[in-house]
Each structure stands twice: as C-alpha cells, then as structure tokens.
Design a protein around this ligand. Structure first.
Ligand SMILES: [Zn+2]
Length: 186
C-alpha cells in the first residue's frame, strides 16, 4: 500500500493543476516498511519534455537532487508520479515499457516518460526507471461548478484521481492500493 498524507495529496493536485495543459511530474520520497510505502515528502521534477502536453521528461539534475536529498534525510526515492491531463488513470503501454524509447534529449537524460513514451533512468538506458520505483499516475477531474444542491456552490477544484502501480517482471504492472497514514492531518 502507498501511504500518502493528505497534505502531499493536495500538493500533487496543485502541481497537476498549475501545470495544465502540460503533464506534471515529480518524485515521491519516503520509506518502505515491508509492503507499505510511506511517502514523507515530494521532490520536484521539472518537465522539460519538448512535447509536454503528452510527454514528461525530468531533468537529470532533478533526479540526482531527489536521490541526494532523500539519502541525506535518511529516506529513499520511492517512485515517480506524473499526470495524464486527459487520462486515462492507468499506465500506458509506454509506461509499461512496451514501446521503444522516445526522443532523446540533447544532453544527459533524466527520468523520462510520457503518455505514450516510457520512463527511463538517468543513464537513459532502455531498461527503464529503476524497477523498484513505483509509478503513480494522476488524472485531474474537471473543474467542478456544483449547482446540483441549488446553492450554486463553486468548488475550487474537483480534485484528482490517483493510482499507484509497481513493476512485476519485465513489463508487468501490479496495482497498489493508496491510503493515508493514520497520523495524517484531516
Ligand atoms: Zn504515463
């Protein structure tokens, strides 16, 4: 299970929304306890993809900074999250590593992937992101202007849907449930 505190859920939502119509992405930092992945912080990953509406590519420096920052805090990079601005809430064939690598950047490559492409590690090898990294996908819900209750309440946002997967085998993905740690703020 992925344990994601509510405050970090909201941060992912904000980053997803502020990036629209482009894909947002970043790192999940935390610790693993058995089958529980507890997210303690997010680390930024700038989407430097040239076609950022349908792709994401995280600069290699951001990968290094995330890994170094996690290590310094006694934590680890648990995975990468990215948004699918137009869905779906599931790993694409490319996210599963079933498609050839996308366009290469001019210099070093960071974590990389897209709605159609694939995640690559910082060496840009075809092996994909470190196999133990979780894949978290976020889909923004449409802006909600709820009038169904007759009061015309305008919601700031309708939230996001979020799913988590981990790799099994060469190209398999297995869903992980997502919850909140019991000490999270409500
Ligand atoms: Zn994707």
């Amino acid at each position: 299970m992925l344990l994601l505190p509510a405050i970090l859920w909201r941060e992912i939502e904000e980053r997803t929304r502020s990036a629209l119509p482009l894909e947002a992405c970043g790192f999940l930092i935390g610790r693993r306890r058995g089958e529980e992945f507890e997210v303690a912080a997010l680390a930024p990953g700038r989407n430097v993809a040239r076609e950022a509406r349908t792709h994401f590519e995280i600069d290699a420096l951001d990968v290094l900074a995330a890994e170094d920052g996690a290590r310094d805090a006694g934590l680890e990079v648990l995975g990468v999250w990215h948004s699918h601005p137009r869905g779906p809430l599931s790993p694409s064939a490319a996210d599963r590593g079933l498609e050839p690598a996308g366009r290469g950047g001019p210099g070093g490559t960071g974590a990389r992937g897209d709605s159609r492409g694939k995640v690559k590690n910082r060496q840009g090898t075809a092996a994909g992101a470190p196999s133990q990294w979780l894949t978290v996908i976020v889909v923004p819900e449409g802006t909600c202007e709820s009038e169904s209750d007759g009061r015309g309440t305008r919601e700031g946002s309708a939230g996001i849907r979020l799913g988590c997967w981990r790799r099994v085998g060469a190209h398999g993905f297995e869903p992980l449930s997502v919850g909140q740690p019991c000490q999270s703020r409500r």
